[in-house]
Design a protein around this ligand. Structure first.
Ligand code: ADP
Ligand code: MG
Length: 260
């Protein structure tokens, strides 16, 4: 690089390795772009960090994930992602005509792996995902929690470093949800990834995340960020009796109530 002799001497900037960075993001919908889903949204997720995004329904959480996944483009601002992403949409979207194994293997097949090899690799993890003996079951024969685990396995299998999870437990009853939260925390402890987790459940956010970003009502932007410095593993039943946990949940709820 040539430096102009009169150019001011620049202090070397500290290099921040950010896996996901959104700056001044705006996203509009509608015939005349009158529906502003997101505006002035700044967000960063560092490598290996679990960031939970909470916000009221319709504030643009799913839109945010689709922007990061590259399925949508911002109308203003920038979205940058380092590393390949695996995106788990809000609905599990399993193919009803494929069995559980075939669904779990789908992303591997899309990567070009042969069908038999893909099924074998997916099958090797079925027991660990609590799906043993359900390899041949159709989605309609699985419980909600099992369908979520199949969808989650499909998301994890290609080994992408960045996970984008849109309300992964939103459709589950509270007992299944609690066990799935514990299970996800265990999976991430065993194999850390950079995670952007969208949820409307503040307790879930604090339970799972290193940091929680709270969005405003539409147009969504980040109105608060909370660092969750609680020891892991965090179990829901223990957390509920931990004043530090309860205080974080309360702070997030306070912020959410401001715009309600
Ligand atoms: N494809 C679309 N066309 C028109 N409006 C959309 C589209 N996607 C989202 N919206 C609108 O943008 C806003 C945010 O939607 P969404 O990101 O799904 O919110 P959330 O996931 O937080 O519930 C909503 O008002 C929704 O109706
Ligand atoms: Mg959504």
């Amino acid at each position: 690089m040539q430096v102009h002799p009169e150019a001011p001497v620049q202090e070397p900037r500290p290099v921040q390795r950010s896996e996901i960075a959104l700056d001044g993001v705006e996203r509009r919908f509608g015939r005349r772009s009158t529906v502003v889903a997101l505006r002035g949204l700044d967000l960063r997720v560092e490598a290996g960090e679990v960031l939970a995004v909470v916000g009221p329904s319709g504030c643009g959480k799913s839109t945010l994930l689709e922007l990061v996944a590259g399925l949508q483009q911002p109308d203003a601002g920038s979205v940058s992602v380092t590393g390949a992403t695996a995106y788990m949409p809000q609905r599990d979207l399993l193919l009803p005509w494929r069995d559980a194994l075939g669904n779990a293997a789908l992303a591997l097949e899309c990567q070009g792996l042969g069908r038999r090899d893909a099924r074998e690799r997916a099958g090797a993890l079925f027991a660990r995902f609590g799906l043993a003996e359900f390899e041949r079951a159709r989605p309609s024969e699985l419980s909600g929690g099992m369908r979520q685990r199949v969808a989650f396995l499909r998301t994890l299998l290609p080994g992408r470093p960045v996970l984008l999870l849109d309300e992964p437990f939103g459709a589950l009853d509270s007992i299944t949800r609690t066990s799935m939260q514990g299970w996800l925390a265990g999976a991430l402890a065993a194999e850390p990834r950079t995670v952007l987790l969208v949820t409307h459940d503040v307790e879930e956010a604090v339970l799972l995340a290193d940091r929680v970003a709270v969005l405003s009502p539409r147009p969504g932007r980040v109105v608060a960020e909370l660092d969750v410095r609680l020891a892991r593993p965090r179990r829901r039943r223990d957390a509920l009796g931990d004043p530090a946990f309860v205080e974080l949940v309360r702070r997030a709820l306070d912020v959410l109530a401001v715009g309600a």
